[in-house]
Design a protein around this ligand. Structure first.
Ligand SMILES: Nc1ncnc2c1ncn2[C@@H]1O[C@H](COP(=O)(O)OP(=O)(O)O[C@H]2O[C@H](CO)[C@@H](O)[C@H](O)[C@H]2O)[C@@H](O)[C@H]1O
Length: 816
């Protein structure tokens, strides 16, 4: 392990210029640990003179004396030399005062040292994970080289780490609880043993063996690090960028590059490999060597010296305990910035729950619009998409313990209202770019000053849009002995959309020829076709879907939509985890959409009055008769085959014979949109059909309606019924997938259950269930209130689901 001094960790944030002891924004590690040993002071005067001041100065990473003026009072207050008071009582008092202050300062320093020690330990562990035997062996597998060096990063000039992205507390904790020896113990059965020491010097050999002009060509590029060079560059691209303009590529990969060219194994098409597999430079290796020379005390030495029981006590261990990981969730949409449906909600909320468990968590999504919070990181990179070089930038924000990173590129811009729009090729190209960029983010985008690195890392990809990520992870990296400790989990939110096309589409995804087999799927009607979801399912280390019921359905010919064979073959790695809800966003007590226009926030205690107020406000807002006694039935969702809108249409004549009001909000198929408008026109005193996407209206319907209809033909999980129950709105649902898992049918004899269900996608069944529901609403008020209470009392938060996700991520991590 290189000494801590070999980590030239000088990533600076804006806040750093005002670096003061205790500042949370302080990110520097470029101090010498040798200065951190508690010194033995003979007298208090020793402490107050330059010796102590210098000690503080160095310990704080070179901050100026001016920045240490907080320490000055120690010298002044009660200072014997300044007092001129010979009274022994006063002097004793002054001495006591002074000693208290000095102790406070020491405690402060020890606290900071402990913090830094954790951060260093985290970095060290992350880097250690990359030092493995497997790398050596696997790199011997040939890969072809060619002209794939299309990636470019311009960092270092203007890396602008947003000030609010103060250091992610999880940065410090992620790997702290996984000391390298413990990993060894834990993974002893499953992982090959790690090498005790990194081969830092070997990178210099690589650089020597390269012609100088080749090195020169790489100027301005930061190449993904590996092995020795990763020690330096992975966490500090901007620093290295400033000094050298480039970072050394994997020495192994680089050293192999010539032989790749020579052997031309054909295993990987040259232009399908990332740039770093070929590129190298001598500069970084020199840097490593220089730093190697600066040996300081070991971390263990420092650790032994800075143990401070006060500090230890104040920090509870993360909920995930020793299992804390680096997690990067990658999704095509992420609420509140982008959302077309439930995937956006999940991408916005699950990561926060994982972060609450102590993981270091990032969300990666495209930047479709000019979002307020995320700041330009300054990092730029080029990727090839359909033969064109496309530049991407990365914007980031640190919110609720999560790093949100947005991939910016002209292909995504102004697509916020048309995320999946364009023709098949347009969306395919966008997702190719997105996945290529996402898989390399852990190297290039420093969050809170520190890149995630590829050790102890799990990607969570979502649906077909990001199902290429596990494939790229395998084809570009794992097959070549890189990112050995990185895993991928693919979450199925909806199998009906798969990223299908003719087999010829394969060349757009830019992969080695033999990878075509992962994508090829036989369709009884169309024959062989190209299927991105299929490839993702095969290559991901684990697969999750969003409920138990859907996990079962996916294995059937009906529910698997042609992928059931693959799902059955991979059953061992499939797990159903029921979605949670964001209890901050979707909570009647705090809902920001219920604070105006006559709506009101309410809780379990005030549900009867609060809901009545919201109902009246909703009726008024939509121009329906304001009547407390009439049951209001709501529907919110995409207008398509899945959501069973046509079943509602079939039931409308019956419904209109009842004294009810029906409010439908949705967008989607034009014929179904037209149908909504038509119902509103036809039954103007009873029906409102709102065609469009309105988050505010969705919240208000959820609060103001008495009943929520979800007659979905299939529903992987469904979030609206969960939102409804937490707002005291009673769901009437088709018992499929997650709807069956989450809505236990009402049992009037036992006064149990949460709503009404029907067992097939049939309008008559819907009518039957809704009829019973209306009867209870009208005639059994107590039962109704019981249903509301039970629904609202459930813990529907993400916390439980996050814990189960953690199990899956762990299983992936230890899967070899
Ligand atoms: N017109 C509109 N205006 C405003 N908001 C609207 C809206 N139409 C829908 N929404 C909102 O979009 C979300 C829809 O979530 P769902 O889980 O019900 O369905 P979706 O099919 O998109 O998600 C897929 O992924 C999720 C997440 O895993 C699974 O729960 C689900 O079963 C699966 O089909 C809800 O937040 C809803 O309020």
């Amino acid at each position: 392990m290189a000494s801590i001094r070999s980590l030239p960790f000088v990533v600076q944030t804006k806040a750093e210029s005002s670096l003061i002891p205790g500042s949370k924004s302080e990110h520097r590690l470029g101090f010498s640990f040798s200065t951190l040993r508690p010194r033995k002071f003979r007298t208090f005067d020793d402490l107050t003179t330059s010796g102590f001041s210098l000690c503080c100065d160095r310990a704080l990473g070179g901050c100026s004396r001016g920045q240490l003026r907080r320490f000055k009072p120690v010298r002044v207050v009660g200072s014997p030399e300044g007092a001129g008071n010979d009274d022994p009582e006063d002097r004793l008092q002054a001495t006591i005062e002074k000693s208290k202050k000095v102790l406070a300062i020491q405690r402060d320093l020890l606290k900071q040292i402990a913090e830094r020690r954790k951060l260093v330990s985290s970095i060290r562990h992350s880097l250690d994970n990359q030092e493995d035997e497997v790398f050596d062996e696997q790199m011997d597998n040939s890969i072809s080289s060619g002209d794939i060096a299309t990636s470019r990063v311009d960092v270092g000039q203007n890396v602008n780490i947003p000030s609010q992205s103060g250091i992610n507390p999880a940065v410090k904790e992620v790997t702290e609880s996984l000391p390298s020896d413990e990993i060894g113990k834990e993974s002893g059965k499953l992982m090959p043993s790690k090498k005790a020491s990194p081969k830092i010097n070997s990178s210099s050999k690589v650089s020597q063996s390269l012609p100088s002009d080749e090195v020169g060509k790489e100027r301005g590029q930061i190449l993904p690090p590996k092995k020795a060079s990763s020690k330096v560059s992975e966490s500090i691209p901007d620093e290295v960028g400033k000094e050298h303009g480039h970072i050394l590529a994997s020495k192994k990969a680089s050293s192999k590059s010539d032989s790749f060219k020579a052997t031309d194994s054909g295993a990987v098409k040259s232009d399908s490999l990332p740039s770093y597999l070929l590129s190298t430079s001598g500069t970084s290796s020199l840097r490593v060597e220089e730093n190697e020379g600066l040996k300081g005390p070991s971390l263990e030495e420092v650790a032994g010296e800075v143990d401070d029981p006060v500090v230890e006590e104040s920090k509870p261990p993360p909920l995930a305990g020793a299992n804390v990981m680096n997690i990067i969730l990658v999704a095509a949409e992420c609420a509140p910035w982008s959302k077309t449906g439930g995937l956006g909600d999940v991408a916005g909320a699950l990561p926060k729950a994982l972060a609450r468990r102590g993981h270091r968590v990032m969300v990666v999504a495209p930047r479709y619009g000019n979002y307020a919070e995320p700041q330009d990181s300054g990092v730029r990179k080029m990727y090839k998409v359909d033969g064109q070089d496309v530049e991407v930038a990365y914007f980031q924000a640190y919110i609720d313990g999560v790093d949100f990173v947005f991939v910016d590129c002209h292909m995504f811009r102004h697509m916020e209202n048309n995320i999946y729009g364009g023709n098949r090729m347009d969306i395919l190209k966008r997702m190719v770019l997105f996945c290529k960029a996402a898989v390399e983010i852990p190297w290039y985008v420093p969050c809170g000053g520190v890149c995630y690195g590829d050790g102890n890392l799990v990607f969570i990809a979502n649906d077909w849009h990001t199902a290429l990520l596990p494939v790229y992870l395998r084809a570009y990296y794992r097959d070549n002995g890189l990112m050995t400790y990185t895993r991928s989990v693919l979450v199925i939110h909806n199998i009906a959309h798969q990223g299908r096309g003719p087999v010829d589409d394969f060349h757009y995804v830019h992969l080695p020829e033999h990878y075509v087999d992962f994508f090829k799927l036989y369709d009884p009607i169309g024959g062989d076709h190209f299927n991105i979801f299929a490839a993702g399912l095969k290559t991901a280390d684990r697969v999750v879907t969003v409920s138990h019921g859907y996990a079962r359905e996916l294995k059937t010919a009906e529910g698997g939509w042609g992928l059931h064979h693959i799902i059955n073959e991979n059953d061992w790695k499939l797990r159903g985890i029921v979605n949670g809800i964001d209890t901050k966003d979707w909570n009647p007590q705090y809902d920001v959409h219920l604070t105006s226009d006559g709506y009101t926030n309410y809780s379990l205690e005030t549900v009867q009055t609060g809901k009545a107020e919201c109902k009246a406000a909703l009726q008024k807002e939509l121009g329906l008769p304001v009547r407390e006694d009439v049951p209001v039935i709501g529907f919110i969702g995409r207008l398509d085959h899945q959501k069973g809108v046509d079943l509602i249409a079939d039931a409308v004549p019956w419904m209109m014979g009842q004294d009810v009001q029906l409010i439908m909000l949705g967008t989607g198929r034009p014929d179904l949109e037209q149908m909504l408008r038509q119902f509103e026109n036809q039954y103007h005193d009873k029906v409102r059909g709102w065609v469009g996407f309105s988050v505010k209206t969705a919240h208000r319907i959820t609060a103001g309606a008495d009943i929520l209809l979800m007659p979905s033909r299939f529903e992987p999980c469904g979030l609206n019924q969960l939102y409804a129950m937490s707002y005291g709105t009673i769901p009437v649902v088709h018992a499929v997938g997650g709807l069956r898992d989450t809505v236990q049918p009402f049992d009037p004899y036992n006064e149990s259950g949460l709503g009404w269900t029907f067992d097939s996608a049939d309008a008559n069944k819907l009518i039957h269930a809704l009829g019973n529901c209306l009867l209870t609403y009208r005639q059994y008020k107590q039962s109704w209130e019981g249903l509301q209470r039970r629904g609202m009392m459930q813990d529907l938060s993400w916390d439980h689901a996050a814990q189960i996700y953690e199990e899956v991520l762990l299983a992936a991590k230890y899967q070899w």
